[in-house]
Design a protein around this ligand. Structure first.
Ligand code: ZN
Length: 246
């Protein structure tokens, strides 16, 4: 998983006196290698800003639940509106049939009107079915990424090497070995969240007066929401027939 900044090839690990050392095997490359501890250190310092405090996690959980609630509510409203339209189609069908039986309309007009009402009913029923199934993708993505954020950075280093490797795979997109350090780049949205850092308001004086750090929660929520929407859109595009033609 480690890429050499000198030659862009992968580094390979080897054990030396109980320590694991990753070495670049390109002969002319100025970068020789890096020890496992340096990699752990680089990962730790990059994953540390992702760690949510208990209060932050609770606040985010509330906001996500609220977003899910709003989505469900707008779905309920849509289903209700479709139900009203369906009722109206049913009563028009009944009135049309009555008019035909009373011989107020002739057969050709009856058949024509009936067909158009049946088509309208079919379309409304389809819309209703879609609305009930809903597309929970966006809110599910939001929850999934939040769960990852809540759990994964904390568990790095605690598990066995396989588990740690999974965490690194899940969270990081690049591990670049440079002569003096290891640059860790994370996958979206974790990279953006790690970049927020802990923003304190004001300078030294204000910090003394107001030691409470500015909340990261609104920014984290915005990043998570935007990412969830992008993921949902990508998934939708991947399913549509147009993408299969490409
Ligand atoms: Zn190299």
């Amino acid at each position: 998983m480690l890429t050499c900044a000198g030659c862009s090839y992968g580094l390979s690990g080897e054990r030396q006196k109980g320590h694991i050392y990753y070495r670049c095997h390109t002969r002319s490359c100025p970068i020789t290698g890096v020890g496992e501890d340096a990699i752990h250190g680089a990962l730790w310092s990059r994953l540390f800003p992702l760690e949510l405090s208990v209060a932050e996690a609770a606040e985010l959980e509330d906001q996500i639940a609220q977003a899910g609630g709003e989505l469900a509510q707008s779905r309920d409203e849509l289903v209700h509106a479709l139900d009203l339209k369906l009722k109206s189609v049913e009563s028009r069908l009944a009135r049309l049939t009555d008019a035909y039986l009373d011989e107020a309309v002739d057969r050709a007009i009856f058949e024509q009107k009936k067909l158009s009402l049946l088509l309208e009913r079919k379309s409304l029923e389809d819309q209703r079915r879609l609305a009930i199934q809903g597309d929970p993708r966006e809110i599910n993505n939001l929850r999934d990424n939040f769960e990852l954020l809540k759990m994964v950075p904390l568990t790095y280093g605690l598990g066995n090497p396989d588990e740690n490797r999974e965490i690194v795979k899940t969270l990081t997109s690049d591990l670049l070995v440079q002569p003096k350090n290891v640059v860790v780049k994370l996958h979206s949205p974790f990279e953006e969240i790690a970049n927020i850092g802990f923003v304190r308001s004001g300078g030294a004086l204000r910090r003394r007066l107001r030691t409470v750090p500015r909340s990261r929660v609104p920014r984290i929520f915005r990043i998570l929401t935007r990412h969830a929407a992008e993921q949902a859109k990508e998934a939708e595009c991947a399913e549509c027939p147009a993408s299969l033609a490409v």
